[in-house]
Design a protein around this ligand. Structure first.
Ligand SMILES: [Fe+2]
Ligand SMILES: [Fe+2]
Length: 373
């Protein structure tokens, strides 16, 4: 309806103006009797609910809502989007405002909101706007209830990709707990980097993501022919070329994963700082940070493992070999950090060491990690 359209356009214009000026709008408001009644009915201590009036100003906040968002917002009686504008894209906000003024859409809206601060991991919620009306049938406001979907969101996603990882392990199953240890080393290194504020992109989401995704670094080997994965001894040049494709295959397999870090790790964990790695000979900071971190963790663990073509290196020997490749294979700044926390790597190795040696490997993997190690 034209009238409703104008009204929603006005709301968007007001929102954009508020966005530009960043000035909270809060004015004493006269609540309709219906809105007051709704507030009385919804004072639930356990359900995160807001009551907003017809102008989308927050008029009531339950204790559960304050608790749910305590690490993200100071929720006050002010316009809804002054609090939540970071949780939706501008397009999503437009569609929400239009829906709330549209009789065709029942004056309601349901959708996903992502809440994030520098020091907290992303909180995923669904928000459901349920309209209520005055006696004259005009819109009195909305009851907004939130459902925390963080665990469901991450759980569904990760279950799917864990299935793929298990399938990859069946193909290349002499690695024991290597993938899990690599994830723990990466998480530890990122926690340290976060504490020292080394890289702005490392925040709780980054730590959580790398803690899951580092284990996926070799998932592309699911596409490597068995005769190469299981070949005794060294690979020919052609076989080696095919083996290298596991980086690109991994990127295809992880292409639907919503966090680009998944593809960065799969694609670039064999790149070298000096540009002599593969698949694209990326150099220096052209190599994504997550991949540079995984490279160190992957090589540390590979060196600690006993292989048919090499004995198990001690922690000290491994650290020496990694330090010797600072600036050639590895990012020198990250090697500084590795040096500072290498005892933690040793602890993780000892804690998650394979109780019985993984199935004896047949393939000479030395080239997979470093031609000079
Ligand atoms: Fe790899
Ligand atoms: Fe690995």
């Amino acid at each position: 309806m034209p009238e409703q359209q104008n009204e929603s356009e006005d709301d968007i214009a007001t929102l954009e103006a508020a966005d530009e000026s960043d000035t909270p709008v809060s004015a004493p408001r006269t609540l309709s009797p219906r809105a007051k009644q709704m507030i009385g009915l919804t004072d639930s201590p356990t359900i995160p609910i807001l009551i907003v009036d017809a102008d989308l100003c927050i008029q009531h906040i339950t204790q559960a809502a304050r608790l749910l968002f305590s690490e993200y917002y100071q929720i006050e009686k002010k316009p809804f989007f002054n609090v939540f504008q970071q949780s939706l894209s501008l397009d999503e906000i437009r569609s929400l405002v239009r829906a709330l003024h549209s009789a065709d859409q029942g004056f309601g809206w349901s959708g996903n909101l992502r809440h994030k601060t520098r020091s907290t991991a992303t909180l995923h919620t669904t928000a459901n706007f349920v309209p209520f009306f005055n006696e004259d049938r005009s819109l009195a406001g909305h009851l907004v209830y939130f459902v925390d979907t963080t665990d469901v969101y991450k759980g569904n996603l990760r279950n799917t990709f864990n299935g793929i990882l298990e399938a990859a392990k069946l193909k290349d199953n002499d690695t024991g707990l290597h993938n899990e240890r690599v994830s723990y080393y990466c998480r530890k290194m990122c926690e340290y980097l976060y504490d020292i504020h080394k890289y702005p992109q490392i925040d709780p989401d980054f730590i959580d993501s790398i803690g899951f995704l580092a284990a996926m670094h070799d998932v592309g080997k699911i596409g490597t022919p068995d005769y190469i994965l299981q070949k005794p001894g060294k690979l020919t040049d052609l076989e080696w070329e095919i083996m290298r494709e596991h980086t690109i295959n991994g990127t295809f397999i992880l292409s639907s994963y919503p966090d680009p870090m998944a593809k960065e790790i799969a694609l670039s964990h064999h790149e070298w700082w000096n540009g002599s790695g593969y698949p694209f000979k990326l150099e220096g900071t052209m190599i994504p940070l997550a991949a540079r971190i995984v490279t160190i963790a992957d090589v540390y663990d590979a060196l600690r493992m006993k292989r048919t073509y090499k004995s198990e290196f001690t922690h000290e020997e491994t650290v020496q070999r990694i330090l010797a490749n600072k600036g050639t294979q590895f990012d020198p700044a990250l090697i500084e950090v590795f040096t500072a926390i290498s005892d933690n790597f040793n602890d993780i190795w000892n804690l998650l060491k394979d109780s019985e040696p993984p199935r004896p490997d047949t393939r000479d993997r030395s080239k997979e990690f470093s031609e000079s190690l």
